[in-house]
Design a protein around this ligand. Structure first.
Ligand code: BGC
Length: 921
């Protein structure tokens, strides 16, 4: 299924002169190191899944041959030359540390001589361009990132001089500069371009399948590829650590290009070629009860099997608000059709989905979704620029509100935003600007009006099981909680908590003795989104990146795929996946675009909803992240996104809204950044007014890891201690405090003090606690017998003695220095439980970076030093607690993610004294 998905999301952008697919008559030489070092995913939390195997492009060809697929001849000499060169130029992972992997790898220079030599044996050449990207580091407008390196350019130019035809494979995480394919130095020889993205464990296989014609490409772009980076409207306001003005407003991605500058588009949103051809005929359309339906007959008019995508675009009257000249309003993918085969596709969508949010009141309906008076037209498109009108137009005689709402999260900093000006003949508009409406409401009043009453006790004894069985409500259970229990339950712990599946990002819920004794299980959350990340080297399946999945335009396939991931989660005892990510691709430079789906909110939302539904098939739960506007990785913790209410509603919040309403999302992760001056994690209007009240979201909001909050009313300075503001805003869980510290004050946050001072009420914490209990009752953890608070780790296979000359350590002795680098031998004097604790440090200012040192005892992962960077401060931590029989044990520290320096390790008789570390800000 991964192979299938990875091939369905690959987008063929050019295919001239029968270049692809290769036939058995072809002789093909494949260049570029990434045919071997094929990127399977991006980096950071979303790309750190430990895979059992992965298939690169070279192996992909081999597999096809073994499957007896009719294959071209692949030039073994070229492949051999790459293998040899790679033996002295190994993959540079930047030492494997957090955000340290470079975004490209040094290439073997291909000289004219080498190219000519290969061309004497082969007739076609392929060059694989590889790029990765990831968390905490954006792409840069420089060679090796957004642009080709000199070596890549000169190598491809050599191939173009030697071969009659060259295909380029883009094994990339983000859109990168593609305009070069038409540069003079390539002599018009680049006949095929395939964006194969990063396809997970089977990415190279899927790419080989497409190149050789085992699979017919059916992917379509979910982002615009413009000629120049400067053509993207966000480029001017991207990447600073301060106020980031979203001046382009709703004109993000193709909305900008179709409205103002179609000539700047190299490959449009929605575009993608196939090896076959299709016809699409509208067989019927209607507009009834606010719902528009279109029936389209798709026919494969070519000679090979293939699938097509039906895209419906709307053209709304410009009215007083101004609109995108066209916007996608529905889509569907056909099944694979044989030559001559037809499929009738029926798609429908509510009028509400093409309504506009009026944030100024100019339509007469302030802060509401409106359909402005005028004629609405619809089109079938092979992409956003190639459209055929559907004979369905309807007139709205007078502007109507389809949903009456109220102001929320409006900007406070005035700025000018883009809007369409005068129209030209071709249906485009001049760029014009207007003042953005700013906040008029009193946030303090809104918050105090929403403060709940304290819960009263039911007067009977209630256990968590009663909530699960429906005999009691979450509120009734929470009413029984002591203050300490209330404060504990809103703190999640991690990373690598010993109370859940080892190696994952967090545990929350029943993580203290007292909450656990009420029958509340600890719930385990793992990254996400492309599989289960376990940082103790435990393996899991890696599926393709979000961008590739979106490019399949195949919602049922994505649901199916996540059904599989959910099954694996259930098997491994992971309750919650920290994904999907559905931030908008505002700029091609965002390092984390690979985790997200598209520049379009509808595609993003439909895909996110499919992920939620897929996971829930086996009871696993999704976390839709990062709410909201985490659209850049540089300065992600300090950046303040300054955005109009309209762009927020129509573009950036829309995917989350769809995931909640159509995917029944039960968890949302707030972002690190601020949105209009309030940190996302203490943003009352985002978390409560919009998400919970307006959308009816009944689940939990968790913070991103070690997030900071500021004052929900006045904004200002942010710190990770302001949990009072988080609670007040309706962000239910703080992720994460150090393991075993949730019932001991966590990081030393301000909740207790605020309660005492009356600036936080018990009732507000109860409200969050109730949401958490309800959520826990929905998890797979609640459906199983309660497991012990900490699984006892037992290592029984004691060695008789340490090898000759090895250093041994006995109770209380400290292993440090060189001893920590290799195998250490610890002597357990009797059968007992032992603590392994020590000191560690992680340098560097980025306190969000993650590094892990695992403690292996007799080859078995038994615990780890926590994952978070300490910002240079030496920290004491309990790494593992293990029951051992009397004897000698081999202990080894393994840096699954380097960066940490462990300075000492001591084995003591079990004292279980968790050590709370400070908050590094
Ligand atoms: C990321 C989240 C991730 C979390 C846990 C953070 O750095 O922003 O997306 O889920 O770490 O790994």
């Amino acid at each position: 299924m991964i192979r299938e998905a990875a091939s369905q999301g690959a987008v063929l952008l050019r295919n001239e002169g029968g270049m692809l697919p290769f036939t058995p008559a072809d002789k093909v030489a494949v260049f570029g190191r990434c045919q071997i070092d094929y990127y399977k995913s991006g980096t950071g939390s979303g790309g750190s899944i430990h895979v059992p195997f992965s298939v690169n492009l070279a192996d992909g060809f081999e597999t096809l041959r073994r499957e007896n697929f009719p294959m071209p001849e692949i030039d073994g000499a070229v492949l051999g030359a790459y293998r040899e060169w790679l033996s002295s130029h190994p993959f540079d992972n930047g030492d494997g540390g957090w955000a340290s992997e470079p975004w490209h790898q040094e290439e073997m220079p291909v000289s004219d001589g080498m190219a000519r030599d290969a061309a004497s044996r082969s007739t076609k050449a392929v060059f694989v361009v590889g790029r990765t990207a990831g968390e905490d580091k954006d792409n840069k407008p420089e060679p090796g990132s957004y642009y080709l390196t000199e070596t890549e350019r000169s190598s491809i130019a050599s191939l173009c001089r030697a071969f009659p035809a060259v295909a380029v494979v883009m094994n990339v995480s983000n859109v990168i500069d593609t305009s070069w394919i038409d540069d003079d130095e390539f002599l018009g020889k680049i006949k095929a371009v395939l964006y194969s993205w990063q396809g997970g464990m089977q990415g190279g296989q899927a790419c080989a399948d497409i190149l050789c014609g085992k699979a017919t490409p059916s992917g379509r772009l979910t982002d615009t590829i413009a000629y120049s980076l400067d053509d993207y409207p966000s480029t001017r306001n991207f990447g600073s650590g301060d106020d980031e003005i979203y001046a382009e407003d709703i004109f993000v991605g193709y909305r900008h290009f179709v409205t103002f500058a179609p000539e700047k588009v190299m490959f449009p949103f929605g575009f993608g070629l196939s090896y076959t051809t299709f016809s699409q005929e509208v067989r019927g359309s209607s507009c009834r009860g606010g719902e528009i339906s279109v029936t389209v007959e798709v026919r494969n008019t070519g000679n090979v099997r293939g699938a097509d995508v039906v895209q419906v675009y709307a053209e709304c009257p410009q009215g007083l608000l101004g609109k995108s000249a066209k916007s996608l309003c529905a889509f569907a993918k056909t099944k694979e059709l044989g030559p001559g085969e037809r499929e009738t596709v029926e798609i429908s969508f509510p009028m509400r989905s093409i309504a506009s949010y009026d944030d100024s009141g100019v339509s007469g309906f302030p802060h509401s979704f409106v359909l402005e008076r005028g004629t609405y037209r619809f089109f079938l498109g092979t992409d956003c620029l190639h459209l055929t009108p559907i004979s369905l137009a309807f007139k709205v005689p007078g502007t109507t509100a389809v949903e009456l709402l109220s102001e929320a999260c409006a900007p406070e900093i005035p700025f000018r935003r883009v809007r369409p000006g005068a129209s030209s003949d071709g249906g485009t508009f001049e760029l014009s600007f207007e003042d953005v409406p700013v906040r008029t409401t009193d946030i303090a009043r809104r918050i105090s009006a929403g403060i709940p009453e304290e819960l009263s006790r039911a007067g009977r004894s209630i256990a968590f099981g009663d909530v699960v069985s429906g005999k009691a409500t979450a509120e009734e259970l929470v009413a029984e909680f002591s203050d300490e229990e209330l404060l504990t339950i809103v703190r999640g712990e991690g990373m690598m908590s010993r109370k859940v599946t080892p190696g994952i990002a967090s545990a929350f819920g029943g993580i203290s003795e007292s909450l656990h004794s009420r029958g509340i299980p600890a719930v385990g959350c793992a990254d996400g989104p492309s599989g289960i990340r376990m940082d103790n080297d435990e393996e899991a399946t890696l599926i393709p990146i979000g961008t590739l999945l979106a490019c399949t335009w195949n919602v049922p396939l994505v649901e199916e795929l996540y059904g599989f991931v959910g099954g694996e989660m259930k098997e491994k005892g992971v309750d919650v996946l920290l994904g999907p990510g559905c931030n908008i691709h505002r700029s091609p430079l965002n390092g984390r675009n690979f985790e997200y789906f598209s520049e379009d909110p509808l595609v993003s939302g439909k895909m996110a909803a499919a992920v939620c539904r897929g996971l829930s098939r086996s009871g696993a739960l999704a976390t839709v992240k990062h709410f909201a506007l985490n659209n850049q990785e540089s300065h992600r913790r300090t950046e303040n996104s300054v955005v109009s209410e309209r762009a927020l509603r129509e573009i950036y919040l829309r995917p989350f809204e769809i995931a909640v309403k159509e995917g029944n999302a039960r968890a949302v992760m707030s972002a690190y950044n601020s949105v209009n001056g309030r940190k996302a994690a203490s943003n009352y209007e985002l978390c409560t007014s919009i998400l919970k009240k307006e959308w009816g979201f009944a689940g939990i909001v968790m913070t991103d890891w070690w997030a900071a909050m500021n004052d929900c009313v006045s904004g200002g300075v942010a710190t990770g201690r302001l949990l009072s503001q988080m609670i007040r805003a309706g962000n239910d869980v703080y992720m994460v405090v150090p393991n075993d510290s949730a019932d001991r004050g966590g990081f030393g946050d301000d909740m207790e003090k605020s309660m005492a001072e009356g600036t936080l009420t018990r009732a507000e914490i109860q409200r969050c606690a109730s949401a958490i209990i309800r959520f826990v009752s929905w998890t797979n953890a609640a459906k199983k017998p309660l497991r012990p608070l900490r699984d006892e780790i037992v290592v029984e296979d004691a060695l008789d003695s340490a090898p000759e000359g090895a250093r041994t350590f006995s109770l209380g002795e400290v292993a440090e220095g060189d001893a920590l680098l290799g195998d250490m031998y610890f002597v357990a004097p009797e059968d007992a439980r032992y603590d392994f604790s020590g000191e560690y440090v992680k340098d560097g200012k980025d306190t969000l970076s993650q590094s892990v040192s695992n403690v292996f005892i007799n080859g078995r992962p038994c615990g780890s030093f926590e994952c978070r960077s300490t910002g240079g401060i030496v920290v004491n931590a309990l790494a593992a607690q293990v029951a051992m029989k009397k004897g000698v044990y081999k202990v080894r520290l393994v840096h699954t993610k380097p960066g940490i320096t462990v300075m000492s390790l001591t084995m003591n008789a079990d004292k279980f004294s968790p050590i709370t570390m400070g908050l590094f800000e």
